[in-house]
Design a protein around this ligand. Sequence first.
Ligand SMILES: CSCC[C@H](N)C(=O)N1CCC[C@H]1C(=O)O
Length: 356
Amino acid sequence: MNRLNKFLGYLEEYSGALITPGTNLYYLTGISPQATEERLFLLVINKGGESTLIAPKLYENEVDWESTIFWSDEEDPYKLLKKVLTLLNLTSGRILVEDTMRASFLINIEKLLRNYELVPLSNVTREMRMRKDEEEIKLMKKAAQIADEVFYEMISRGLDGKSEKQVALEIEFLIREKGDGISFAPIVAAGENAANPHHTPSERKIRRGDIVVLDFGAKYRGYCSDITRTVAIGEINEKLREVYEVVREAQERAFQTVREGIRAREVDSVAREYISAKGYGEYFIHRTGHGLGLDVHEEPYIGSKNERVLERGMTFTIEPGIYISQLGGVRIEDDVVVEGKKGRRLTNAERELIKL
Ligand SMILES: CSCC[C@H](N)C(=O)N1CCC[C@H]1C(=O)O
């Protein structure tokens, strides 16, 4: 059964859906147009499966959908939408709306949907997308392999003397060469900057004695990888060496607990309890991981409150970290898939501390 038909199966309590471009539209239809932020590009679908795509004329040669109305810059797309809603018998009820739809579109659309209750589309797609099939896992494995390769290429080139920004650019270039794009802007955080989990790469030069956090991911046919490795430039301070081993062991223990039937929060608590027992609990300031797929952050989140029971085919990261202001930080992250009684790592780059 194709994904759109499967989606229709979930629409019992809804009249239909309004879907703008993004990972849900791609997942359901394969349509993934670029640069649609400004002009309305909208798939309207009713629970019977009838649909019309309203798309800017700029995409005429690119988009191939059974029923499409192209609109030119001189036209008002909302007048077209009004007609389409009537044609598809979408006049009242509950309608699913893409969560990431721009407010400027939503404000205009709401005026046409006064009798509707708008419901986030993710209420349905979250459930569909959380369990990956074999084909999706193959694509994620490929995205993960690219991340591993880029890591090894970067450490063989060396980091000493380069700025964080330069390293981030090199990572991005390598990813774009090998895959389809980056999952997110690479994080390169050296020395004291490694204490900021989402550090923006700066002009700071990497030098001997630094610890360096490298966090990046590749996209392959839409699917993301996300890897973090922390390396040492020469000899690093003893405390950071200790912190590194605590994080490495916490990551390993959390990974070893992954299996079908366990709750997401239980994986989080294994990493968290270990780090706390070693005296660093207050420095582990984020969840242990997040689901990964077409989006770099999606369900299942591996956090202390998530009661979600893990199932075969779910994919997520395991990435505990310890961050100490003024000193630095360590994070080690792998992408993992649940395979029955155990998990399998999709990223496999060395986890022992690498000294460059
Ligand atoms: C999408 S930007 C952050 C990417 C990074 N790999 C990441 O997911 N995290 C870094 C700190 C924890 C974790 C997060 O939950 O943001």
